[in-house]
Design a protein around this ligand. Structure first.
Ligand code: 2HA
Ligand code: ZN
Length: 275
């Protein structure tokens, strides 16, 4: 089978284009990766190139040894993924040590996988283990409203989670574990990857101050939906803060406890403080 005919590749391309249309991927901003299922890879091997060299990932992801990923390319534009996918995205294989990768398909005009490969792969490793293998998608986007909030709210998990939960009743249902916040750091390297993957042990969402967001999920719908829900909630909060910084009424601690009972959720106590 041709790579571009595979359902997971079509789903990946659609998600990348949806992100572009949301306005989250100016220029070459953002990146997306998917951990490919064994049965999905088996059908594609005839379309693969086998003579590329192994290159260092820049970190070690031992548990991902032998896995294949579909990833966006470094310096490539989300805007172009739909019209020239084989130039913009790639399938990579991870070696058995979890230290090197090799391009098997894509990036036909040259290039390398996303500059955030260490963050993507370290997040994949943490989430694969934490979810018992269910999580397969890691998505990084430059979400305008969340970025704006990182200039005016304290950079604390408790503050971001509670404020964003308050902005829409469905939020605690969509991200019951909350949101982690990484202070400003240099992107692209191992340090920010370590800081993010540490938070991903507990959360499915991490905010990078003055930069964007990382989301993890089981499939394209859930991961895109999570990014969309958090960003929409941030948009509401920005509007509220712009209209009148002091809320006249909101969803309160007691309401969250009732919601947790009604929806059978476990909401961590540290987000249910009295204001
Ligand atoms: O340009 O978003 O974080 C890609 C990025 C780096
Ligand atoms: Zn970025």
């Amino acid at each position: 089978m041709k790579v571009l005919e595979a359902e997971f590749v079509k789903g990946f391309i659609r998600m990348a284009n949806d992100g572009w249309e949301m306005g989250w991927h100016e220029r070459n901003g953002g990146n997306l990766s998917y951990r490919i299922k064994k049965e999905e890879i088996e059908n594609l091997s005839e379309d693969f190139t086998y003579n590329n060299n192994w290159k260092p990932i820049g970190t070690t992801v031992k548990s991902l040894g032998g896995e294949f990923f579909l990833v966006t390319g470094s310096g490539k534009f989300f805007r172009n993924v739909l019209i020239k996918p084989d130039d913009s995205i790639a399938i990579i294989e991870i070696d058995h040590l979890g230290e090197n990768y090799k391009i098997c398909w894509g990036l036909v005009n040259g290039g390398r996988p996303t500059s955030e490969l260490p963050s993507h792969l370290m997040n994949h490793e943490v989430k694969m283990i934490a979810s018992g293998g269910k999580h397969r998608v890691i998505y990084h986007a430059h979400t305008t409203n969340v970025i704006a909030l990182t200039f005016v709210l304290p950079l604390q998990d408790e503050v971001f989670t509670r404020e964003l939960w308050e902005m829409a009743t469905e939020c605690p249902v969509v991200f019951p574990d909350g949101i982690g916040v990484v202070p400003w750091m240099i992107p692209g390297g191992r340090d920010i990857a370590v800081a993010t993957s540490e938070l991903m042990k507990r959360y499915d969402v991490a905010i990078w101050a003055h930069h964007g967001m990382f989301c993890s999920g089981e499939d394209f719908d859930l991961t895109f939906g999570l990014m969309h829900t958090v960003e929409k909630s941030a948009e509401i909060l920005n509007k509220v803060l712009a209209i009148q910084p002091n809320k006249l009424q909101t969803i309160k601690e007691h309401d969250f406890r009732e919601l947790a009972k009604g929806f059978n959720l476990t909401l961590p106590e540290r987000f249910l403080y009295t204001k």
